[in-house]
Structure formats: structure tokens, C-alpha cells
Design a protein around this ligand. Structure first.
Ligand code: ADP
Ligand code: ADP
Length: 234
């Protein structure tokens, strides 16, 4: 069975504009890496927002673990949020510049679990993303883009996700750092058994690391399947 499913998912930001999503059917198998590709404006970000319960979508059009996301949010919202985490494109805008990294890392755990994670837990997660305790007292502006993106990943891991969504996780980074961050995501996916959904406009990039690819165009999925099949199609 599938961990995330969308069925005929449509979404409009405004009644007068074209729909951002139109009848999207997407099935995500647990433990896979899915690359969601397509040109800018094709609906990728809107789709992952829908999948993580961040859009008002009709009941039953998005399901997680065989249960409607609308139902999760009504009865088990915190469990759903813990299990579905997003890492955004621009690391700098993901963090309040006035907060130390220690405070920023602890925020989602405090909000979702009503406890302050011990420093040892923060340090363990930092090590998992290749950083050490030295960054805890720093502020985001004192760190590189790659370091801040690693911290965003550590922050997502702290709440214990099963599905990790990464929206253009590397496109704001220097080319030399992009492969490192992508490799880190793949390593974590494998070692933790996560389901990873990576949004990118770069088909070459995701095809190197994803098992499955879905191609979006104008709010629809125009092609989906195992990476080799999608790339092999003429
Ligand atoms: P991406 O292509 O990575 O989704 P964009 O640069 O298109 O990013 O959008 C950046 C932000 O602007 C997002 O929060 C998105 O929701 C918002 N946005 C995009 N298009 C529009 C629009 N037509 N009207 C209002 N907000 C928009
Ligand atoms: P992508 O992630 O593939 O770049 P988006 O999901 O960001 O695509 O955008 C899909 C469509 O929805 C685009 O036409 C975009 O302009 C529009 N859009 C995105 N965010 C908003 C928003 N907050 N308000 C209005 N329109 C938006």
C-alpha cells in the first residue's frame, strides 16, 4: 500500500486564475525517493503543500497512511505534523535571524511535543547532518548556505518524520555544495527508512538520486514511474 496518495486533487489560489493543480493522482510508496520535476509554475510546491496538509483541500483528496489528511488534522494534527516535514528552498528565510541555532532547532519540538529537547538531542541531530555542537550558539547569518540547509534538515529530523519533503533543497546553494546536501538527504533517507519527496526543476539532478519521478506541467502530472522508465521514454 501507499504512504501518501492524492486522488483527483485540484486547487485554485483564486477563482479567476487557472488552477494550480488539476486532478492530480499521485501514489507514493513508503521508503522510496520521489522526484517531482517540472518548470517553474507547474504546481510542484502547491502539490507538496497539499500533500502535507498545508492547503484547504476537499476531504479524501489527500490520504496519508490510508487515512484522509483532513481526518488526521482534525483528530491527530500533531502526529501528522511530526510525521510530515518540509525543508524549503531558501535556508536563510527558514530561520529567524535573531535566534541562535539552538533555539531555532528546538522550536518545532517545543511546538509539537510541548517539551524542550535536551542539548544532547540537538547535538546528535547535528552530527547526523555533518555538523557539530559549535554551531549551537551561532546565528544563521554567521553560517554558510550549505550549513544552514543542513541545520534545516536537522530541525526537521528532530521531530521524527516519516516523510520528508524537500522543496528545491539545493537550488539556492553554490553548485559545489548542492551535491553534498543532496547526498546527505539520500543517506538519511536510506539510514532512517524515510520516504523522501524532492521537488526540483532539474531533471538531471533528481534522476541521479530518485527511484521514482513524476513530471508536472501546468498543474497536472504528465508522466510518472520508475526513473529509468521515465527517462527512457522517447
Ligand atoms: P516556487 O517556484 O519555488 O514555488 P515562486 O518564486 O514561484 O517559488 O513563489 C515564491 C512565493 O510566492 C511562494 O510563497 C508562492 O506561494 C508565492 N507565489 C507564487 N506565485 C504567486 C502568485 N501568482 N500570486 C501570489 N503569490 C504567488
Ligand atoms: P512550482 O512549485 O512548480 O514553481 P507553484 O506550485 O509554486 O509551482 O505554482 C503553481 C501556480 O500557482 C503558478 O501559476 C503560481 O503562480 C501559482 N501560485 C503559487 N503560489 C501562489 C499563491 N500563494 N497565490 C496565488 N498563486 C500562486
Amino acid at each position: 500500500s501507499y504512504i501518501v496518495e492524492t486522488r483527483q486533487l485540484s486547487y485554485r489560489y483564486r477563482a479567476t486564475t487557472a488552477p494550480a493543480l488539476e486532478n492530480v493522482d499521485l501514489l507514493v510508496e513508503p521508503g522510496t525517493t520521489l522526484g517531482l520535476v517540472g518548470e517553474s509554475g507547474s504546481g510542484k510546491s502547491t502539490l507538496i503543500r497539499g500533500m502535507c496538509g498545508l492547503l484547504p483541500t476537499p476531504p479524501g483528496t489527500v490520504r496519508y497512511q490510508d487515512r484522509a489528511v483532513s481526518d488526521w488534522l482534525r483528530h491527530d494534527g500533531r502526529a501528522f505534523r511530526r510525521q510530515n516535514q518540509i525543508v524549503f528552498q531558501n535556508p536563510a528565510s527558514s530561520f529567524d535571524p535573531r535566534m541562535t541555532i539552538a533555539t531555532a532547532l528546538a522550536e518545532p519540538v517545543k511546538a509539537l511535543e510541548r517539551r524542550s529537547p535536551p542539548t544532547s538531542e540537538l547535538v546528535d541531530r547535528l552530527e547526523q547532518v555533518g555538523l557539530n555542537a559549535g554551531v549551537l550558539g551561532r546565528h544563521p547569518r554567521q553560517l554558510s548556505g550549505g550549513q544552514v540547509q543542513r541545520i534545516a534538515i536537522a530541525r526537521a529530523l528532530l521531530v521524527g518524520p516519516r516523510v520528508l519533503y524537500a522543496d528545491e533543497p539545493t537550488s539556492a546553494l553554490d553548485v559545489s555544495v548542492q551535491a553534498q546536501v543532496l547526498n546527505l538527504l539520500m543517506d538519511l533517507q536510506r539510514s532512517l527508512g524515510l520516504t523522501l519527496v524532492v521537488v526540483s526543476h532539474d531533471l538531471g539532478l533528481v534522476s541521479r538520486v530518485c527511484d521514482q519521478i513524476a513530471v508536472m506541467l501546468s498543474g497536472s502530472i504528465v508522466e510518472a514511474g520508475p526513473t529509468a522508465e521515465v527517462l527512457g521514454d522517447p
